[in-house]
Design a binder for this molecule. Structure first.
Ligand code: NAP
Ligand code: GDD
Length: 358
């Protein structure tokens, strides 16, 4: 069973498990519009099943878990946007923190504590205002947003159920992983979509926040394998999953624009910094403090040694360069196909991210 099946990771994990011969049950939440684009291609598969349920509602979780009686649960559902968590901190805490407890308790109350293994989608955001670089399983946590604080509760409650009830449950401390299916308000996808639109004359410029933030970016398709591997071990253990390589938002921009044939140079500092097309002198990237966060995590860099050793996982299957290329190629095609009425209103997307309705 996968919660968050309609999300980036949920869709890749569903494909991965179906290829392994699993019956996959996905939890989707009720809404007046159905947004299932990422799993549309799986919906005719007879081994793929969908159930309504919500992480904010214990009864729906009990009902679905009691009915399916899963062998493995991948708890991926979350309000996963860090910036948004500053605008809806209470809702974020309910889904991201208490939601984990609801899943664990539903498993226990359904009598599955001894048979059902649980993977919890934990995060490098736990390291937040980092206390050492790079970060490993032994690095102290210092969460730095309402989202991260909520995820820290999820991490500890999983550990508690493991120790108190002997349940096989564990947390994957995953560093940022991106893909052509990444939500459009996360910085990488915002950049690859904007670069594609600028190239095709559908957008003038890209406005970003902190260009100096550093991330350890991997490819989501590679990372879902680790979630599965973590549930196939003799004993449950928490792992850092990362590439071990670090890049800035600025470097990501440079590379994405390079793939569409634009050589960018950056001039100025802070809010005055600009990304300029060397060939034409045109300003293509600007900085706005509207995209700054009240507290920003600026130095994430994971040490995947333990996962390499114990899980036999290759953290650099897809390189950073390849990841950016995959995303740009996908978005160049997507943008080319967009008809006027389908065209995603950038203003709307940006205001969603800032929590402002224009
Ligand atoms: P995502 O694309 O934002 O997907 C989140 C999923 O959670 C969506 O399917 C969403 O459903 C669902 N969801 C949200 N609220 C829900 C609720 N109340 N009840 C049931 N489902 C709900 O996130 P992702 O990038 O795939 O990440 C998956 C998980 O890993 C998340 O927990 C995230 O916090 C964590 N994580 C992600 C990264 C990363 O870099 N991607 C790194 C570390 C940890 P709708 O489609 O209906 O919105
Ligand atoms: N979203 C966004 N938009 N971020 C920007 C922008 C912008 O315009 N400009 C600069 N950034 C910076 C942010 O300040 C942050 O430091 C960095 O880019 C990455 O932001 P996001 O792509 O929004 O991701 P995140 O790192 O905050 O969170 C993602 O990764 C976490 C794992 O570390 C999410 O997927 C979380 O769910 C996940 O836990």
């Amino acid at each position: 069973m996968i919660t968050g099946v309609t999300g980036q990771d949920g869709s890749f994990l569903s494909e991965f498990l179906l290829e392994k011969g699993y019956e996959v049950h996905g939890l989707i939440r009720r809404s007046s519009t159905d947004y299932r684009a990422r799993i549309a291609h799986l919906e005719n598969n007879e081994h793929f099943h969908l159930h309504y349920g919500d992480l904010g509602d214990s009864m729906s979780l009990m009902s679905v878990i009691g009915q399916i009686r899963p062998d493995e649960i991948y708890n991926l559902a979350a309000q996963s946007h860090v910036q948004v968590s500053f605008n809806v901190p209470e809702y974020t805490a309910d889904v991201v923190a208490t939601g984990v407890l609801r899943v664990l308790e539903a498993v226990r109350l359904c009598g599955l504590a001894d048979t059902c293994r649980i993977y919890q989608a934990s995060t490098s955001e736990l390291y937040g205002k980092v206390e050492e670089v790079p970060q490993s399983e032994n690095t102290p946590f210092h969460p730095f947003s309402p989202y991260a604080v909520a995820k820290q509760y999820g991490y500890w409650i999983v550990k508690e159920y493991r120790e108190a009830y002997g349940m096989y449950c564990c947390s994957g401390i995953l560093f940022n992983h991106e893909s052509e299916r990444r939500g459009e308000t996360f910085v990488t996808r915002k950049i690859t979509l904007a670069a594609s639109r600028i190239k095709q004359g559908k957008q003038d410029k890209l406005v970003l926040g902190n260009l100096s933030a550093l991330r350890d970016w991997g490819y989501a398709r590679d990372y879902v394998e680790c979630m599965w591997l973590m549930l196939q071990q003799d004993k449950p253990e928490d792992f850092v999953i990362a590439t071990g390589e670090q890049h800035s938002v600025r470097e990501f921009c440079k590379l994405a624009f390079q793939y569409i044939g634009i050589d960018l140079t950056f001039e100025g500092t802070g809010e005055e910094e600009k990304g300029i097309d060397k060939a034409t002198g045109k300003v293509l990237i600007e900085v706005s403090p509207e995209f700054y966060r009240p507290t920003d995590v600026v130095n994430l860099w994971g040490d995947p040694s333990r996962a390499k050793e114990a899980l036999g996982w290759n953290p650099t299957k897809t390189s950073f360069e390849e990841l950016v290329r995959i995303m740009v190629e996908h978005d160049m095609e997507q943008v080319a196909k967009e008809r006027a009425e389908e065209y995603i209103d950038l203003q709307k997307i940006e205001s969603l991210e800032k929590g402002v309705i224009r």
